[in-house]
Design a protein around this ligand. Structure first.
Ligand code: GLU
Length: 493
């Protein structure tokens, strides 16, 4: 028999930013679809009107596109499909697998309180199930009077439910690719709401209808949806549809081993983008949060991930989000960028800080400055702090920093004055010549490298750590370099 085409989907709710966990879900669905010549679809689950955030949907599209996780076809939008859900809900009512519920929120509250008091499972007490079964006339009248209602599923677990008969208490079972064979007691499954009083479907109902209509074969989603899956399975059974294969992905954890949340650091994909993580690097890193190829390989292009990703090797335990590792991977991607591209990527970060003042510097100067930092950058936003001393006329630092190890201010001042004199004599002002000349000067004088080059480097950068003095002087030019050495000498009075 011909296997159906593999179709996966990402089904975000537009209730806020796309989180890093959502991006990983999208990635795994994407990889699995693509490695099977299948399709990766997108669906916006916007039926919870109270939590709807305007603009969130567009941001989700933007972030997935930024990450190069392109979906097939047009995204399905649930709020545009209300009549589809109504049709299917009506089908269940007609088949006696769902019923109208007119209970008010006060009644439900009272019921909940009494169940809690009596240590019972908190769930709908099926009052309206009886009404529907025994008093069709009242139901008709309520509907005709426009009395608010919801539609609930008649969860099949009593003998009295015709649809079940011998299914009484039979557990709801399914196999999850990560968690294996699972089984849930039927009696703990609520008569869930399918259509809310505002006419919108609930998540549970819409998700089943849509996954069926979109012919989704595999559902990969966060583990928080695992407890909802029995409800979905029951709906598939009620319709007589075949459920997709489930795969619930373990949570991504913060360093405190709790689910990654705003409190433990950045979680929105846009935050990572704004900090200057490259999409390829972020994708590479999050691919490894829950899966690894079992080899030493750490750097993967999207193409390689498509080839190597293995849904059978997904981990069960939550992966800890390791910012250091992400930085390390991002750094590796940044180092591979051509100078021009790195310049283009860094420019907006510098422009944000310096505004129009940036026009005082030539592109050539800025390209050199940026290239000098390429080795050290972990993320694009680091460029601001790392290059600050190239864009300031006055360096603020403690004169003590100029002093090398056991030396003192007087000796340091003397070395800097001699260095200045030597530098003034150098005609060909470029990195290699500067290095050659200065090293032979140090040798001639019988000085150590540290006692000359440390104060020089600090004089030029004002920093504890920076690129070396020859590189900096090569970029700053002769006048500016000498001016900085003079300022340092003046600080050592
Ligand atoms: N709308 C759900 C969410 O925002 C999707 C759950 C699912 O994939 O079924 O996470």
């Amino acid at each position: 028999m011909k296997q159906p085409k593999i179709r996966t989907r990402m089904a975000p709710s537009p209730t806020g930013m796309l989180h890093i966990g959502g991006l990983r879900t999208a990635l795994y669905n994407y990889l699995f679809a693509k490695q099977n010549d299948g399709e990766f679809l997108l669906r916006i689950e916007d039926t919870d009107r109270a939590r709807f955030v305007p603009g969130a949907k567009e941001k989700i599209f933007e972030m997935l596109t930024w990450a190069d996780l392109n979906w097939d076809g047009e995204p399905a939008i649930q709020s545009e499909r209300l009549e589809v859900y109504q049709k299917y809900a009506q089908q269940l009512i007609d088949e006696d697998k769902a019923y109208y519920c007119f209970c008010t929120s006060e009644e439900l509250e009272e019921m909940r309180a009494s169940q809690q008091k009596n240590n019972l499972l908190v769930m709908y007490n099926r009052k309206c199930k009886e009404l529907n079964e025994k008093h069709k006339d009242i139901v008709e009248k309520n509907l005709a009077d426009g009395k608010p209602y919801v539609i609930r599923m008649k969860v099949p677990y009593y003998d009295t439910d015709k649809i079940l008969g011998k299914d009484k208490e039979r557990p709801v079972k399914f196999k999850d690719l990560v968690w294996g064979d699972l089984s849930f007691y039927r009696y703990a499954i609520d008569d869930q709401i399918l259509i809310k009083s505002d006419g919108f479907p609930t998540y549970h109902f819409a998700v089943v209808v849509d996954d069926h209509e979109m012919e989704i074969t595999h559902i990969m989603r966060g583990e928080e949806w695992l407890p909802s899956t029995p409800k979905h399975i029951l709906l598939y059974q009620a319709f007589g549809w075949t459920p997709p294969v489930y795969c619930h992905l373990p949570n991504i954890l913060g360093e405190n081993k709790k689910k990654l949340s705003k409190r433990t650091g950045d979680v929105s994909v846009e935050d990572f983008k704004n900090k200057g993580y490259l999409p390829e690097a972020l994708i590479n890193y999050i691919a490894l949060l829950g899966w690894n190829p079992g080899t030493e390989q750490e750097i993967f292009s999207l193409e390689e991930l498509i080839k190597q990703f293995d849904v059978n090797k997904l981990h069960k335990s939550g992966a800890i989000f390791d910012y250091k590792k992400l930085d390390n991977i991002n750094g590796q991607y940044l180092r591979k960028l051509p100078a021009k591209q790195l310049f283009d990527f860094c420019l907006p970060y510098l422009a944000e800080i310096y505004g129009d003042a940036l026009q005082n510097y030539s592109d050539e100067y800025m390209t050199k400055v940026i290239s000098l930092e390429q080795e050290r950058l972990k993320k694009l936003s680091d460029i601001v702090g790392a290059t600050q001393f190239f864009f300031s006329d006055i360096l603020e630092y403690d004169a003590q920093l100029l002093i090398w190890k056991k030396a003192n201010a007087t000796e340091t001042k003397k070395k800097l004055m001699e260095t200045k004199k030597k530098l003034m004599e150098i005609k060909k002002w470029e990195r290699d010549t500067l290095e050659k000349e200065m090293l032979s000067f140090i040798k001639e004088k019988n000085y150590t490298n540290g006692e000359v080059l440390w104060p020089l480097r600090v004089a030029l950068s004002g920093q504890q750590n920076s690129p070396g003095p020859f590189e900096i002087m090569g970029v700053l030019g002769k006048n500016e370099s000498l001016r900085r050495v003079e300022s340092a000498i003046a600080m050592l009075c």
